[in-house]
Design a binder for this molecule. Structure first.
Ligand SMILES: C[S@@+](CC[C@H](N)C(=O)[O-])C[C@H]1O[C@@H](n2cnc3c(N)ncnc32)[C@H](O)[C@@H]1O
Length: 371
């Protein structure tokens, strides 16, 4: 599969990187450049990303023209429910601060800060400079309690959050072709990007039964990210929310096309090499890999369940009698199993060498045993 002839500055940069690398760039490096090249990558440019509609107005009246919608953009009740969980985590771990990774438009931060005036410090870590500016404008009214960190301190005490951040981390592509495993990367063909495979010793973490052709991903960056958090977290908890599956479902023999997809104007496509910088590229999360990475780095897995179950356990329906019809519809989307309630999962970790506790979000329907 090839993309259009290379013309934009970002395409030129990636072209140069491919040439410098000897004609072939791993898909993880390509995805990293496509999403995060300063000023040009999808998450680093000024184009609007988050919203309810591809055109027209959102229900809040702000401009749309967006590519996809995330839970905190849909209803502030998502942040309110999470805020209840954060309060419990503060009490259980004697912490008072929040660290949010990949804060997007700042919607979740706004919801949590509004719900919890007792938070002493809310620190955001985001690799995107343009989103950081947007977050700073949106959260200005909370003053000096909101910080943006460029690097993590030696030790952190607090509750860490990440909504749809793991899926935005670059993945390596593996392709079994005629029974032989290859790493799939990107090369240049007649002036356009094209996939090219090289034999590799890399393997998926689960054996993929059968000999049929099979494409999948491995998530070294997301797992490395969790190990880094484990290393830094002295006291507190981590809550990661994202779409994904346990490993045995992720590497199911029938999932033979992998999970990498692009999002643009609320449409999904599979051509990550086209329109680079103008669309999001994501992969689902292998939650077994995330759990193991955390555990091996000393974290305790405190819970794992579907987003719907988690939000219900955190009281997302409280006060719904006052909700508008539009808000009711959004909360339904967040919790219904055929919408976001089941595909999205929540995983919580506790800091190493601290007492285990059960967060309220997993009080009913915890599924750690499925990992
Ligand atoms: C899909 S968006 C989700 C944004 C927001 N959490 C939401 O739910 O609307 C992914 C976010 O993760 C950020 N991101 C990606 N990799 C990151 C990393 N290693 N550390 C911090 N932020 C990261 C991106 O810049 C972007 O803000």
């Amino acid at each position: 599969m090839t993309a259009a002839i290379l013309t934009t500055p970002l395409q030129t940069r990636i072209h140069e990187a491919i040439v410098q690398a000897g004609g072939w760039l791993g898909f993880d490096s390509f995805m990293s450049m496509a999403l995060y090249t300063p000023g040009l990558g999808y998450y680093a440019n000024d184009l609007r990303k988050f919203g309810l509609m591809p055109g027209g107005l959102t229900h809040t009246g702000s401009d749309a023209g967006s590519d996809f919608v995330t839970a905190p953009e849909m209803s502030s009740r998502f942040g309110l429910a999470l805020a209840r969980q954060i309060v419990e985590a503060f009490q259980a771990t004697d912490t008072h601060e929040v660290w949010e990774f990949g804060a997007g438009s700042g919607a979740l931060a706004e919801q949590v800060l509004q719900a919890l005036p007792q938070i002493t410090r809310y620190t955001i870590v985001d690799v995107s400079g343009s989103l950081r500016l947007r977050q700073q404008q949106r959260l200005a009214s909370f003053g000096a309690k909101v910080y943006w960190a460029n690097a993590l301190p030696e030790k952190i005490r607090g509750v860490m959050l990440g909504n749809e951040v793991l899926d935005a981390m670059p993945v390596k592509l593996l392709a079994r072709v005629n029974g032989v495993w290859h790493e799939r990367g990107v090369t240049l063909h007649e002036g356009a990007f094209a996939y090219a495979d090289q034999p590799t010793d890399l393997r998926p973490p689960f054996e993929v039964l059968g000999m049929h052709d099979y494409t999948t991903e491995i998530h070294s960056q997301a797992e490395g990210f969790i190990r880094t958090l484990a290393d830094k977290l002295q006291a507190g908890a981590i809550f990661m929310i994202d779409y994904g599956f346990p490993g045995h479902e992720y590497y199911h023999p029938q999932r033979s096309m992998g999970t990498v997809v692009c999002h643009r104007a609320h449409q999904v496509d599979a051509d990550a090499l086209a329109d680079v910088g103008y669309k999001d590229i994501t992969a689902h999360v292998n939650f077994t890999g995330i759990a193991l990475a955390g555990q091996e780095a000393g974290l305790q897995v405190l819970g794992y369940t579907g987003q719907g179950r988690f939000l219900l356990n955190c009281g997302v329906l409280q006060g719904m009698e006052d909700a508008t019809l539009a808000d009711r519809a959004m909360v339904q989307k967040l919790i219904n199993e055929h919408e976001m309630g089941e595909l999205f999962k929540v995983m919580a970790f506790g800091a190493k060498n601290t007492a285990a506790w059960q967060p309220m979000g997993f009080a009913a329907g915890d599924r750690i045993h499925t990992l």
